[in-house]
Design a protein around this ligand. Structure first.
Ligand code: HEC
Length: 201
């Protein structure tokens, strides 16, 4: 019996020694910093691209034409990045228009609430983000969220009833019968880009 236990201990010690460098590589400080920087860069591009295309489309064809930017382009870009990087990239809302894509999970809801608290203390959404290494039964992941504030150009589709033109309202009603992403004001928190990078493969 004693032999067996010491054997197990030796094996455990050996496998710990072998496993340690690998475990440290994915998830040590430098690795996390690099991952956060990568998430930041990707998110910044994503938001800039969306904002730019939205402005163009609004000018060219008004809100009914611009609808496809928030509806098709945003999930399209998020999917492309997800495939390219092997991450899960989504857009979540404080109130949600498309529950299939935009619903925050429990962790994301907590972070959105923290973002609103930080804003109440004077921090701007433009530069606000948060990251954390999260452990789940499926393994560890680095989670990152970048806040998205409401800009005046968002109100044509996320503002008050008076700010959303009739044809836009009709289309939104037809596409999103459970739309809750209205009634926002400039400076509100609209949601976030959320990124999940698996650390253990
Ligand atoms: C022309 C209409 C339109 C404008 C303008 C618009 N959106 Fe949207 N937005 C939509 C639609 C439609 C959806 C649903 C997308 C989907 O089906 O996934 C949406 C969804 C979202 C979501 C995902 C969460 C959810 O509620 O489903 C976020 C975040 C968002 N919009 C942010 C913004 C921001 C920020 C702006 C301003 C820069 C903006 N939108 C401007 C139409 C618009």
């Amino acid at each position: 019996m004693k032999m067996n236990i010491s054997k197990i201990l030796v094996v455990a010690a050996l496998s710990a020694a072998v496993a340690a460098p690998a475990a440290r590589a994915a998830g040590d400080d430098a690795d996390i910093q690099a991952r956060v920087a990568a998430a930041k860069a990707v998110t910044g591009d994503f938001i800039k691209q969306l904002g730019g295309t939205m402005k163009q489309e609004m000018k060219a064809g008004g809100p009914t034409a611009a609808m496809k930017v928030c509806r098709d382009k945003a999930p399209e870009i998020a999917n492309r990045i997800s495939l390219e990087k092997g991450w899960k990239v989504t857009r979540v809302g404080t109130r949600v228009r498309n529950p299939m894509l935009g619903m925050p999970d429990a962790w994301e809801q907590d972070v959105l609430r923290e973002f609103e608290k930080r804003a109440a203390q004077g921090e701007a959404y433009k530069t606000m983000s948060y990251f954390e290494v999260v452990e789940e039964p499926a393994g560890r992941s680095l989670r990152y969220m970048k806040a998205i504030g409401v800009a005046p150009q968002c109100l044509a589709c996320h503002g008050s009833a008076e700010q959303i033109a009739g044809p836009v309202r009709n289309e939104l009603n037809a596409l999103y019968p459970h739309d809750r992403a209205v009634g926002y004001k400039p400076g509100d928190l609209r949601g976030a880009v959320s990124i999940k990078q698996p650390l253990d493969n």
